[in-house]
Write a protein that binds this ligand. Structure first.
Ligand code: CTP
Ligand code: CA
Length: 222
């Protein structure tokens, strides 16, 4: 029987995902975040669980419902997400990084609500660590799948990101198409080249991503 036709083709495989945005605190009531519904990441978590994988989902703030059979860890900031991922990575076969992680955090967040006045408010932002690049750079990394959200030069920027972060697979999507929508259109970039998944519901795209990931994973870990 061909593997892809077996409904539980990921049985025994441990999959770790990040999804949704992160939120970086400015003060007691304000923060900086990214536009991310979490739908793509949650759909991939669901598709992996349907395929029989043991799935852990590290989720930033989102009202989405946890897919059946998925273990969920809620986080707020990028630093929380990094800590949760690092704790899980040693028991992970495949890491799929779908979260829209905030690239910067506020250097000195205020405990109290900052009062407004007529002046310009300056925030100091410092770069957050790249969670995916850290995991992919480990001596014995899990099989790493990255995402690239681009507003222009999708394939060129996507392939650059894949090489820079040393990823066997990267899913590139156009922010104008993907953001908040129920469907998506993506390119799979791997060592064999580019492969387009035409516009479809995010759950169908997610199932195709999981099939491709499982196939490549077996290629790398025969
Ligand atoms: N990522 C991450 N940790 C970060 C930033 C990004 O794990 N601090 C992951 C994302 O989950 C995604 C991939 O890296 O899988 C690419 O994210 P993206 O924002 O598209 O690219 P960046 O490398 O952050 O570059 P830029 O935002 O400048 O395009
Ligand atoms: Ca980024």
């Amino acid at each position: 029987v061909v593997a892809a036709f077996q409904p539980k083709f990921m049985k025994g495989t441990k999959v770790l995902l990040t999804a949704g945005p992160t939120f970086e605190r400015i003060d007691a009531v304000r923060g900086i975040t990214n536009s991310s519904s979490g739908k793509m990441g949650f759909s991939i978590a669901r598709a992996a669980a349907e395929a029989g994988a043991e799935v852990t989902l590290v989720a930033g703030p989102t009202p989405l419902v946890t897919p059946a059979g998925v273990r969920r860890i809620d986080v707020v900031s990028s630093k929380d997400m990094l800590a949760a991922v690092n704790a899980e990575v040693p028991k992970t076969d495949i890491f799929i990084s779908v979260a829209a992680v905030a690239d910067y955090y506020v250097l000195n967040p205020s405990e109290q609500k900052i009062k407004k006045d007529a002046h310009i408010l300056t925030l100091e932002l410092a770069p957050n660590p790249d969670i995916l690049a850290n995991v992919a750079g480990l001596a014995e990394p899990p099989f790493c799948v990255g995402f690239a959200a681009e507003s222009e030069n999708l394939l060129e920027y996507g392939e650059q990101k894949r090489r820079r972060k040393k990823l066997p697979l990267l899913v590139a999507n156009q922010v104008q198409t993907a953001m908040g929508a129920d469907d998506n259109e993506v390119y799979l970039l791997d060592d064999h080249g580019q492969h387009k998944l035409p516009r479809a519901a995010k759950l169908d795209i997610a199932r195709a991503i999981i099939q491709h990931t499982a196939k490549l994973y077996r290629e790398y870990h025969p």
